[in-house]
Design a protein around this ligand. Structure first.
Ligand code: IVH
Length: 680
């Protein structure tokens, strides 16, 4: 660096600080940067060099956000005005009551104007600005006295260190919520899991734990956000309403709640809350409710406060996604392929309006990792159409009498020895005679995606199996009406219908039949690919892996499994005997030189909500064009196609950064148009 005059350095530093703060705002508050990260870093390094060489560090310099040393303990801070909490309403009726009471207190004949915004599940914070500079940040504490966490809050990039603008009050206490995005929270827990550190139960605990760190360096690594929604003391300025205050906050570059609506009358409030609850899954942050505030500050003042809560505001609580319960037992079940899966039985708990009394524990490694024991108190989550799962154990609630569940040495259904193959997490029962597997295989064979035999679901399979009428799925084709009529669940008509459905299934497609057979790793999609490349079932007899591998999107695992299945004499005998019983498979999927347009090759799609075409039709379209249709959103998903009333998959896609497109855009993709942006 060449020598510069003090005046020019001061100016350069000032300009760099201003510029960098603007870019922080674009990036962290507006989420719309106008320069690259590399350009930002370059300017930041230059500023740091100038500051180190010439001194003159400005209080709002971005370099001042990091680097403060660790503290021994936090100082206490008394709030100028107490930080209140909110009353709760748990139903729309209670909200109507709230509005009625306010109108009565105000003697108002007209509807009241309210603001409605999401309630952030984080940690309440007060930021004191004096003469436009951030002086102090403190936690809510007991409402009267909190802790000084200024150095930690400065590491949150969206917190303005200096207020810029024509209207800066002498002193202002801004209140808001520090929170963590769901995605960051999950990532943090993943890291902690790897390091064997205790997990955070929810984003709120994670934000609180991150803010209350004595070492600000830890806080700075936690990717926290702020949403400002209120104020304490203000000197030298006055606001007319909550919405005017919010507009001012926004002008001053404060981050504000994601969606604030201003409506008149309780009916519109309720409508706005309904919208929020509907969309809550698509937010990047966790919200457990909506906050409703009287907009006019004069009216707020008239209404005043009770001891701990203002009369002019309330929180409406959404239905919970999580619940706490106790594990009564850990049991296991055997699936069609012999995999033994542990599951937990709980004290029934109501979550989001549904009673949950069991959940899968996935596998024994998961139990060990989460250290789940019988009698443990656990947090259970059930979000949208996702099956319930155990989030974590509340270890503080342990009494010492909890029991670890031991790995089963024998199959819970047939008592045969179990095996665990090297490198696999799954434990399997490999007995060919395991009744659980046989029954599951029959259920799968008859299921809707398989041979689609109506009337042959889980219950009836169990019954027919226990009566010895079917021991294997081929026996389905030996069933007679007379056998069925004898059974407790059957009458003349239902027996007739089942026999009819069985007859109809004899005209299935090869693809369906291949899927129904339950060959390891062969799902609906792989079955369809096989049918597209082999004219008939017999063409698959004695197939070699090298005949299958050239099929695009069929990997070694499937190829080996198909090879093993068709090279087993017993299996071929079974297939022949089924064919003898009258099976006449058609194969509309086969084409001599299979070559459909492969515009979607290598792309994985997931569908949510209602589309103009049936889900099945859209999935077929995806497959015909070389794409893959999956049922759950994961990091491997390329596009989520969202229709009317999307489910929790939309939120998950948002969190994972998966592109979400409408059905119309999907049709555009099929024409070969590129899709650049998220449409939701
Ligand atoms: S207004 C006078 N708005 O909820 C009440 N609070 O249960 C001032 N919270 O302590 C609060 N999001 O920590 C308000 N949009 C929002 C909020 C919100 C979250 C928290 C806040 C408060 C608690 C009350």
């Amino acid at each position: 660096m060449t020598e510069k005059s003090p005046a020019s350095v001061t100016k350069e530093i000032e300009e760099l600080v201003k510029e960098l703060n603007y870019h922080c705002y674009r990036y962290y508050v507006l989420d719309s940067p106008v320069i690259s990260d590399a350009e930002y870093d370059k300017k930041y390094r230059l500023l740091k060099e100038l500051e180190e060489k010439y001194g003159g560090v400005l209080p709002d310099s971005p370099t001042q956000r990091v680097g403060a040393p660790a503290l021994e303990k936090f100082d206490k801070v008394r709030h100028n005005e107490p930080m209140l909490s909110l009353d709760n309403a748990f139903s729309y009726d209670e909200l109507r009551e709230f509005d009625k009471k306010l109108r009565k207190l105000l003697g108002a004949s007209e509807d009241i104007e309210y603001t409605v915004e999401p309630k952030y599940d984080g940690l309440a914070m007060e930021l004191t600005y004096r003469k436009g500079f951030l002086l102090r940040a403190s936690t809510r504490g007991d409402g009267y006295e909190g802790e000084d966490v200024t150095r930690n809050i400065k590491t949150i990039m969206s917190v303005p260190l200096k207020l810029e603008g024509p209207n800066i009050p002498e002193v202002i206490d801004i209140r808001g919520e520090v929170y963590m995005d769901i995605r960051e929270f999950e990532e943090l827990n993943r890291q902690r899991e790897k390091l064997n550190e205790p997990l955070f139960a929810n984003p709120r605990n994670a934000s609180a734990g991150s803010v209350r760190q004595l070492d600000p360096r830890i806080t700075s690594e936690r990717k926290l956000h702020l949403a400002c929604y209120g104020m304490g003391t203000v000197k030298g300025m006055a606001f007319r309403s909550q919405s005017a205050f919010m507009a001012w906050l926004k002008d001053l570059r404060f981050p504000v709640p994601a969606r604030v609506v201003i409506v008149r009358g309780i009916d519109k409030v309720i409508h706005a809350i309904g919208q929020l609850e509907k969309d809550r899954g698509s937010f990047s942050f966790e919200t457990d409710g909506a906050v409703i505030k009287v907009n006019d500050f004069q009216l707020q003042q008239k209404l005043g406060v009770r001891t701990r809560e203002p009369r002019w505001a309330t929180a409406y609580k959404f239905q919970a996604h999580q619940g706490t319960t106790i594990i009564k037992d850990i049991l296991s079940s055997v699936g069609r392929t012999g995999v033994i899966t542990p599951f937990a039985v709980f004290e029934p708990v109501k979550i989001g309006g549904v009673t949950v009394s069991r959940s899968t524990l996935h596998n024994w490694d998961e139990i060990k990792r989460k250290d789940i024991r019988v009698s443990d108190t656990v947090i259970v989550e059930r979000a949208g159409d996702v099956i319930p799962h155990v989030v974590m154990v509340i270890k503080d609630k342990r009494s010492g009498s909890e029991k670890t569940a031991s790995l089963p040495l024998t199959c819970p259904a047939c008592g045969s020895a179990v095996v665990r193959e090297e490198g696999e997490v799954a434990i399997r029962c490999v007995s060919l005679h395991c009744p659980a597997q046989v029954q599951e295989k029959i259920i799968h064979f008859a299921s809707r995606g398989g041979m689609d035999i109506e009337g042959l679901g889980e219950k009836n399979v169990e019954l027919l199996y226990s009566r010895g009428l079917i021991k294997h799925f081929k026996d389905i084709y030996l069933l007679k009406k007379e056998d069925l009529i004898e059974l407790p669940r059957f009458a003349e008509k239902s027996a007739h219908n089942l026999i009819d459905a069985i007859e109809r299934s004899k005209h299935a497609t090869l693809a369906r039949f291949l899927f129904a057979l339950g060959i390891l790793h062969v799902g609906e999609y792989a079955a369809k690919l096989l049918a597209g490349n082999f004219r008939s079932l017999e063409d698959l007899y004695q197939v070699k892996p090298e005949d299958i591998l050239p099929i695009r999107q069929i990997g070694e695992k499937i190829a080996c499994s198909v090879h093993a299945f068709f090279n087993d004499r017993k299996n071929i005998d079974l297939l022949n005997s089924i064919i003898k019983l009258g099976m006449e498979l058609s194969n509309p999927d086969f084409s001599e030189n299979r070559k459909s347009s492969l515009l979607l090759e290598g792309l994985t799609f997931v569908i949510t909500g209602t589309l103009p075409k049936s889900r099945k039709e859209v999935e077929d379209l995806i497959r015909e064009n070389g794409g893959h249709a999956a049922s759950a959103v994961s990091s491997d998903t390329d596009y989520l196609i969202a229709g009317e009333g999307p489910g929790s998959k939309l939120a998950k896609a948002g969190r994972l950064g998966v592109k979400t497109i409408s059905y119309e855009i999907f049709l555009e993709l099929l024409k070969g148009s590129p899709v650049q942006q998220n449409l939701f």
